[in-house]
Design a protein around this ligand. Structure first.
Ligand SMILES: [Zn+2]
Length: 162
């Protein structure tokens, strides 16, 4: 597995390239690019597949990393549930929403006058764009993991042959 720093570096190098590709494919809306990049950065620093282990994204949560204790306890590192395209991200986002649900409930009831579901409905395109950014960041992470494993295997095979 590449180190956390390598993953972050790879993703941050890839982001301008991705934005360039998106623009060249006609996704020129600033809003879209901004939400996508935001999701991508969040996916790199906070919602990475490596939350299943004591990784730098896990430490990025600071004291709030306590939220990920149960997740880590249940998920084996690099399991299908954490390191699979889209599925891993959906599980992480749903898990986070579940853990935050008491807080969201209080927020909705006492601060937002029960408007939270309506607000989420109104901002659905933005939320989906953020999710797309998160999914893209994880996809790069998973690809880097797979390529690195293949490279290591190749290296080991060569050594064994000698
Ligand atoms: Zn990983």
């Amino acid at each position: 597995m590449p180190s956390g720093k390598t993953h972050t570096k790879l993703n941050l190098i890839a982001l301008p390239v991705l934005v360039f590709l998106l623009v060249s494919y006609g996704f020129t809306s600033w809003g879209f690019l901004l939400w996508f990049s935001g999701g991508f950065v969040a996916g790199t620093y906070l919602l990475s597949p490596d939350l299943d282990t004591h990784s730098s994204p896990y430490r990025s949560w600071g004291p709030l990393r306590i939220l990920w204790y149960p997740y880590q306890a249940v998920m084996p590192h690099r399991s299908v549930l954490t390191h699979t395209f889209i599925i891993g991200d959906l599980i992480r986002v749903l898990y986070l929403l579940l853990v935050l649900s008491p807080f969201l409930y209080i927020l909705n009831k006492n601060v937002l006058d029960g408007q939270l579901p309506m607000m989420m409905e109104q901002h659905k395109p933005e939320l989906l764009t953020i999710l797309l950014g998160i999914i893209t960041a994880s996809a790069l992470h998973i690809m880097a993991d797979v390529l690195n494993t293949k490279r290591k295997r190749l290296f080991h095979r060569k050594r064994r042959r000698r």
